[in-house]
Design a protein around this ligand. Structure first.
Ligand code: FAD
Length: 543
């Protein structure tokens, strides 16, 4: 460590799922001086803590970068909304709280791509380190970590009917999707701590903020990283009052802005594809063609069916009952508000010969857009259940580019959903497969007609056409500063930006390939592992 100085030793840009964890872990060493620069604020709204309010929170511009994608060429030119958390805690403040790691093979593939230290055996200790599993610790699950994982209750009528139906069709019921076998259906694991959202803000960063060696500056939009003789030395940012500031780092700068903002910031700093940057009037500092390329996300559609009212969320959404639930939550953090309305989670194969599931499906007793109602005030929405259908390992690759050299401009985003024949064929297989489940009793006994895609969508061409109109992304962008050794790689296996010193990227953007499941847990793992690598490389105390 260098001699004591007024400057921070480490500057972390972004306090989200990865950055918040890195800051909490690095500040465990009282000799390391950490500065976190976060564009968002510290949010204290109870709405963010209430799990059931997720659909409203994710759409609220107050804590959201509010991105909108470019017209998607393979999805009828539609633009896909891309919410991203802008607050201490980043996207973990607005996400759906589903806990998933993906499949062990996903990480073994990262290792096979040349990334030493990233096989599943290597990363499992980091998943376990963060985890506070609802059950006992075992070979696969950690106990006592900051990130509480609870299991959704299994006692609803709809869950029992669903499991009985899928078991008839030969799918196993799984108590955990993170043991040796993943394929099957079961209650979803959720990042919820004592009835409240277990964001990285609540569970990692805010508890560490009383440490004198950790400063978290909010409302600080980083606009550029300054590179001198191949070394990242300083960060330029606009503070909460709109003042331009510059701060130098004694040791390292760590970029954790997420899969859209990290490449955007590198581009603004002249680090990226030189020709593209020049065309925008940015003087290239370091030609790195992979920055912003390789964008991957999970294409996703929702099937919707009518259902009997007593298995949907409608009864619970009657105003008087909802008010009682709110009181219940305020008094003891329990009841309906303390859970996500997801009945069952499935990892399934659309082709039996696959070595791992290629679909994740979430069965819900309602659909996005459900609202409170009361007789004489507002009619309830139709009684429906929904199934979110997610392609886990898409072949399609998109990109993130700059709109202009202005750091205040939103980045351009193209997810490129459905751009390959295999990605489209996946939905042609999955939709009939799920229809078979819906048609099996005792689930079928409480379901009615299909609303989406609808009974008239049957042939492969009809399914293709509907998917083009309905496909969004699951809001899991990754891969835009990919780790690797090839010409398009941006960071090495220790997350150091190729060709520069003093600069790492650590967040969703470093994943060379998207993991087969929701991405928050993987980003937290990346934060845990990055913190250890930074500690090792800078002689900090290992916890
Ligand atoms: C609506 C939604 C629902 C989701 N649901 C789930 C789910 O149920 N389960 C799951 O596992 N995953 C889910 N995800 C995905 C998951 O939350 C993300 O993959 C993960 O949070 C990304 O972590 P990150 O550290 O890469 O980025 P983020 O958590 O987004 O953090 C980036 C941080 O950097 C800050 N920042 C960015 N640029 C700058 C800058 N220039 N200057 C200063 N600060 C900056 C941002 O404000 C933010 O705080 C969801 C995501 C969204 C948006």
């Amino acid at each position: 460590m260098p001699a004591a100085s007024a400057n921070p030793d480490f500057i972390i840009i972004g306090s989200g799922s990865s950055g918040g964890v890195i800051a909490a872990r690095l500040s465990e060493d009282p000799n390391a001086k950490i500065l976190v620069l976060e564009a968002g604020r510290r949010e204290r709204s109870l709405r963010l803590a209430m799990p059931i309010l997720f659909p409203f929170v994710m759409a609220d511009p107050k804590f959201n970068w509010g991105y909108m994608g470019e017209p998607e060429p393979f999805a009828n030119g539609r633009q896909i909304r891309q919410p991203r958390g802008k607050a201490i805690g980043g996207s973990s403040m607005i996400n759906g709280m589903l806990y998933a790691r993906g499949h062990p093979r996903d990480y073994d593939e990262w290792r096979q791509l040349g990334n030493e230290g990233w096989s599943y055996d290597d990363v499992l200790p980091y998943f376990k380190k963060s985890e506070n599993h609802w059950g006992a610790a075992d070979q696969w699950h950690g106990k006592g970590g900051p990130l509480s994982i609870k299991q959704q209750p299994k006692d609803s009528d709809l869950y029992r009917r669903f499991i009985a139906a899928v078991e008839k069709l030969g799918y196993p019921e799984r108590d955990s999707f993170h043991r040796a076998e993943q394929e099957g259906w079961g209650p979803p694991p959720l990042c919820i701590h004592e009835g409240t959202r277990a964001s990285t803000a609540a569970r990692f960063l805010i508890p560490a903020m009383s440490r004198p060696n950790l400063t978290v500056e909010t409302g600080a939009l980083v606009t550029r990283i300054e590179v001198e003789n191949g070394r990242a030395v300083a960060v330029h940012y606009r503070d909460h009052a709109g003042q331009d500031r510059r701060v130098t780092a004694n040791n390292e700068i760590i970029v954790s802005g997420g899969a859209y903002n990290s490449p955007q910031l590198l581009h603004l700093s002249g680090i990226g594809p030189a020709d593209e940057l020049r065309a925008l009037g940015i003087e290239p500092v370091h030609d790195l063609p992979g920055v912003g390329a390789n964008l991957q996300d999970h294409p996703s559609v929702a099937m919707v069916l009518h259902a009997l009212r007593n298995v949907t969320l409608t009864n619970a959404l009657r105003l008087d009952r909802a008010a009682l639930s709110a009181l219940h939550w305020l008094l003891n953090r329990g009841g309906m508000i303390a859970d996500m309305p997801v009945t069952a989670n499935g990892f399934i194969k659309t082709r039996p010969e696959l070595e791992r599931p290629d679909a994740q499906c979430l069965f819900q007793p309602t659909m996005i857009g459900a609202q409170l109602w009361a007789p004489g005030w507002r009619k309830p929405k139709p009684d429906v259940v929904a199934m979110a259908c997610v392609l886990l390992r898409p072949e399609g690759r998109g990109w993130v580019k700059l709109q202009s050299a202005d750091p205040g401009d939103k980045p351009r985003i193209l997810s490129n959903v459905l751009s390959t024949e295999n990605d489209r064929a996946f939905f042609r297989r999955l939709i009939p497969q799920l229809r078979e489940i819906f048609a099996t009793s005792p689930l079928a006994d409480v379901l009615g007609a299909e609303v989406m895609p609808g009974a008239d969508v049957r042939t492969p061409d009809e399914i293709d056409a509907w998917v083009r109109t309905a496909c969004n992304t699951a809001l899991h962008p990754v891969g835009t500063c990919a780790m690797g050794k090839d010409a398009m790689a941006v960071v090495d296996a220790r997350l150091r930006v190729h060709g520069l010193t003093g600069l790492r990227v650590a967040d969703a953007s470093i994943m060379p390939r998207i993991c087969g499941g929701n991405t928050n847990a993987a980003c937290i793992m990346i934060g845990e592992k990055a913190a250890d690598m930074v500690k090792q490389d800078n002689g900090l105390a290992m916890a």
